[in-house]
Design a protein around this ligand. Structure first.
Ligand SMILES: NC(=O)c1ccc[n+]([C@@H]2O[C@H](COP(=O)([O-])OP(=O)(O)OC[C@H]3O[C@@H](n4cnc5c(N)ncnc54)[C@H](O)[C@@H]3O)[C@@H](O)[C@H]2O)c1
Length: 341
């Protein structure tokens, strides 16, 4: 057990419980040593059956538990800033679920705190960078075979959203994944955002602006559009098509078994992200554990987390005003020159 990376997990809800299972049963080289959740029963349930793991209601108590060498943050976004700063203060490497910090001022504080340390400690949980299809698309774009990318057409659909999901969350929770994916795929910053609101679906809860159509401009003159529709009814569907000067490439078409019978042909649509992106989450956490055990920090950086928060905040302003909103980033600290991976 001694040479396994001891991990404290903060938050044992949907994602936290899934990551605890992953660290315990899927990923090699790590063990869960402490879990914190203000819901004491949830924390206790999360460590049941994990030898030596302790349950806490206070995040600080979990961080200070014996054997903790790294932290996985899976609490709600508004709790991330405090958790990240507490991890930095202890010199602990962190994998922090997206959004790094939902508000851009808080995200900047985290960025500056890490930059002051002079070394990276945080990897941000933009797991699409670990999805096999996204990685193939990224290497196609990087090797130049298709020429300069001109546009990305993206689709992000959920079967249904939780009842407390707000119109702003379509941007700062759902589209935050496309924000990071577009920056990473294109190697460019997003410079403006315009959100259009079609007549809401009658399948969406009353008052929720669902679907939305989001248009980003980029630093090298490309366009990125995203249809986000979180109560589409039929399943979880994420697609991305890159249109380049010498061709196009598309990922996210259903790739399961195609069944033809009784006059129909079809394949199953996953019902949620935990199913669609299971391999990406596994690879993300394994990569984090492997790098951390080697004393390295790889993957999406605090700069990526900060940029995503600024773009999402501009998107929410555009949703409210209907206007095109420019994205204004603080200067990029030298620590993040050259990006993540
Ligand atoms: N990468 C992805 O695809 C993906 C998907 C879903 C959610 N997320 C992110 O994961 C995080 C958690 O989302 P979720 O869906 O699991 O939410 P959730 O509501 O299911 O779980 C959150 C848990 O955190 C606990 N909590 C609240 N405050 C806390 C604190 N200060 N310290 C520790 N625990 C605290 C809550 O009691 C709850 O058990 C969010 O940042 C969310 O955006 C990422």
């Amino acid at each position: 057990m001694g040479d396994l990376l001891g991990v404290a997990v903060l938050g044992a809800g949907h994602m936290g419980a899934d990551h605890i299972r992953r660290l315990d049963q899927v990923v090699s080289g790590a063990r869960v040593v402490a879990v914190a959740d203000p819901d004491a029963a949830r924390a206790k349930e999360a460590v049941a059956g994990i030898e030596g793991a302790t349950a806490h209601t206070e995040p600080a108590a979990a961080l200070d538990a014996p054997g903790v060498e790294a932290v996985l943050i899976a609490s709600p976004g508004p709790a991330h800033q405090e958790a990240l700063l507490a991890a930095f203060a202890r010199g602990l490497p962190v994998l922090c679920e997206k959004p790094m910090v939902p508000d851009s001022a808080g995200a900047l504080r985290v960025l500056e705190a890490e930059a002051r340390l002079g070394r990276r400690l945080a990897q941000i949980g933009f797991m699409r960078r670990y999805d096999a299809e996204y990685r193939r698309l990224k290497s196609l774009l990087d090797d130049g075979r298709l020429g300069r990318p001109l546009m990305l057409h993206c689709t992000h659909r959920n079967a249904s959203a939780p009842p407390d999901f707000t119109s702003a969350m379509l941007i700062d929770s759902s589209v935050s994944h496309e924000i990071d994916a577009a920056r990473w795929l294109l190697g460019q910053e997003l410079t403006s955002v315009t959100v259009l609101r079609p007549r809401p679906s009658s399948g969406a809860p009353r008052g929720l602006l669902d679907p939305q159509f989001v248009l980003f401009e980029t630093s090298d003159g490309a366009l990125v559009d995203v249809e986000v529709f979180v109560n589409c009814g039929f399943g979880y569907q994420v697609r991305c098509e890159a249109v380049c000067e010498a061709g196009s490439a598309r990922i996210g078409d259903e790739h399961g078994v195609l069944v033809t019978t009784r006059g129909t042909a079809g394949t199953r649509v996953p019902q949620d992200y935990l199913v669609r992106f299971v391999d990406a989450y596994d690879r993300e956490v394994q990569a984090w554990v492997d790098a951390t055990r080697r004393g390295r920090v790889t993957g999406p950086t605090a700069w990526d987390g900060y940029a995503a928060s600024v773009v999402a905040e501009a998107g929410v302003r555009s949703l409210e005003s209907g206007a095109r909103v420019p994205v204004e980033l603080a200067p990029r600290p030298g620590l993040y020159a050259g990006g993540g991976r």
